[in-house]
Design a protein around this ligand. Structure first.
Ligand SMILES: CC(C)(COP(=O)(O)OP(=O)(O)OC[C@H]1O[C@@H](n2cnc3c(N)ncnc32)[C@H](O)[C@@H]1OP(=O)(O)O)[C@@H](O)C(=O)NCCC(=O)NCCS
Length: 162
């Protein structure tokens, strides 16, 4: 298993893995499956995208996106991490986030943030194990399938840029 920077050609595999997470309704408020073309928009030259491969196949990814359009927050990035359903629990998500932390630190960001459904124990445990801090809970932050959901705000500082 190894991590590397993602390239445009990984978009199909990333979409497949992301759509499994969307279907499960535990990872994101996004209700609609993504097409590879939409994933290609993630490659904006600013926000790192990482994949983890095993035997030549992409099994996990972690990506960043803009946190805010305000200049003062330019060093803060939102992130996500997803592992293919059949590959979970074997360290791929850990590898993806570690590589993402390195790449974002190298790109000059000083903080990673995300919001995790309170029920998403695998994600919360993964992030706590890698030094993320749970800042607090947004109650009824948005609705998924008509039901209000609470999310935990998580953050991790990237010390090289502080
Ligand atoms: C969250 C997710 C990315 C973890 O990926 P993974 O490749 O299975 O993670 P790893 O194998 O690297 O596990 C790392 C740690 O996470 C925690 N973890 C992973 N799966 C877990 C589970 N089912 N229950 C509790 N903790 C779990 C453990 O602390 C684990 O460390 P350990 O193996 O030493 O116990 C994966 O479950 C997933 O894709 N879920 C659906 C999408 C999602 O929820 N993404 C997060 C949105 S923010």
């Amino acid at each position: 298993m190894q991590s590397r920077a993602a390239i445009q050609e990984d978009a199909e595999a990333i979409a497949r893995i992301y759509n499994e997470g969307i279907e499960e309704r535990i990872a994101t408020f996004e209700p609609r499956p993504r097409m590879a073309g939409e994933i290609r928009d993630w490659f904006d030259g600013t926000h790192p995208v990482i994949v983890v491969e095993e035997d030549g196949a992409v099994i996990s990814f972690a990506n960043t996106s803009a946190y805010s359009p305000r200049g003062c927050y330019s060093g803060v990035a939102e992130f996500s991490v997803y592992t293919a359903r059949e590959a979970r629990g074997r360290g791929a998500g850990t590898l993806a986030i570690k590589a993402l932390m390195e790449a974002t630190e190298e790109a000059g960001f000083w903080k990673l943030v995300s919001r995790v459904f309170v029920e998403n124990t695998p994600s919360r445990e993964l992030l706590l194990s890698l030094g993320f801090r749970e800042v607090g809970v947004h109650e009824k932050h948005a609705r998924l399938d008509g039901i209000w959901r609470d999310v935990v705000v998580v953050e991790r500082l990237l010390p090289a840029n502080l």
